[in-house]
Design a protein around this ligand. Sequence first.
Ligand code: HEM
Length: 144
Amino acid sequence: MSTKMTYLWIKALHIIFMVTWFAGLFYLPRLYVYHAMPENKSSFALFSVMERRLFVMMTLGAGLTVFLGSVLVFLNMSVLGTAWFQVKLFFITLLLGYHYACFRIMITFREGKNQRSHRWYRYFNEVPSVLLMVIVILVVTRLF
Ligand code: HEM
C-alpha cells in the first residue's frame, strides 16, 4: 500500500474512533442528568453500572483517537507548524479536561456524594457539542 493510502486509512480510523469517543461524551452527562433526579433514586445503582461501562468505552475511543492522531502527526510533521493545528491541540486539551471531569463526577455519584442539580448537568452536557463544532470546523476549513 502506498504511503498516501496508509495515511488516509489511519485518518479514517482516527475519525471513526473520534465518533466512538463523542458517543460517550454526549451520553454520559445525559446519564448524570437522570442520576441527579431524586425521583430516580431506586435506579441509582443501575446508573452507576451504566456510567462505568460507558466511561470504559469512551476512554478506549479517546485513547485510540489520540494515538492515531499522533501517528498522523508522526507521518506528517509539518502540521505542527500550522496555526490551525496548534489551535486544534488547545481545544483537544479542553476536551481531555472535560473527559477527566466526567470521570470525577462518576466517582462522586458512585460514592453517593453528588450535590449538583440535574439542571446543572443539562448545561454541562452542552460543552462537548460546542467543542465538536469548533474542532471539526477548524480542521476542515483550516481557517488560520
Ligand atoms: C491528540 C489528539 C489528536 C491529534 C494528535 C490529531 C491529529 C490529526 C492529524 C495530524 C490529522 C491529519 C491532518 C491532515 O491530514 O492534514 C487529523 C485529522 C482529523 N482530525 Fe484529528 N487529532 C486529534 C484529535 C481529534 C479530535 C478530538 C477530533 C474531533 C473532535 C479530530 C478530528 C479530525 C478530523 C475530522 C480530521 C480530518 C480532517 C481532514 O483531513 O479534513 N481530531 N487529526
